[in-house]
Design a protein around this ligand. Structure first.
Ligand SMILES: [Zn+2]
Length: 136
């Protein structure tokens, strides 16, 4: 099994994602279309949010509550729906936001992500985060 190690570019993206870009209308639209992120980036989002937000996971909770409400709305309030129609309503309408932007295990960033992490090193999840991403 390949170890889960976030690249500098992914950490950099996710840092700014939790700082507020998650609230951008276009970002929310893309997250809606893709039902969130792919498995790699969803776990990366949770790991980064847990590390830098002291384990509260408020950001992922809001995003996934929103997505679950959207999924719930795909079901009719009464009666039955065909599986084909339900699959159609729940299908992906776009790729993972980060994958579409070509963030992956080898993505670099011109900024020094170590300096970024050090600047917020006061957070309680800092050491846990480093171990999760394989840098401790
Ligand atoms: Zn992805």
């Amino acid at each position: 099994m390949k170890p889960f190690v976030l690249s500098n570019g992914e950490i950099h993206f996710l840092w700014w994602f939790i700082q507020g870009s998650i609230m951008s209308q276009s970002t929310r639209g893309r997250l809606h279309n893709a039902w969130g992120m792919c498995e790699r980036h969803a776990w990366g989002f949770i790991a980064v949010d847990a590390a830098f937000r002291q384990g509260y996971l408020h950001g992922p909770a809001i995003l996934y509550a929103d997505l679950l409400h959207r999924a719930w709305a795909a079901f009719p309030p009464r009666g039955l729906i065909s599986l084909r129609r339900l699959k159609h309503r729940l299908r992906n309408r776009g790729p993972c936001l980060m994958c579409e932007l070509e963030y992956g295990p080898d993505t670099r960033t011109p900024e020094d992500v170590a300096a970024l992490i050090s600047s917020v090193g006061w957070c309680s999840g800092w050491k846990t985060f480093l171990s999760i991403i394989g840098r401790a």
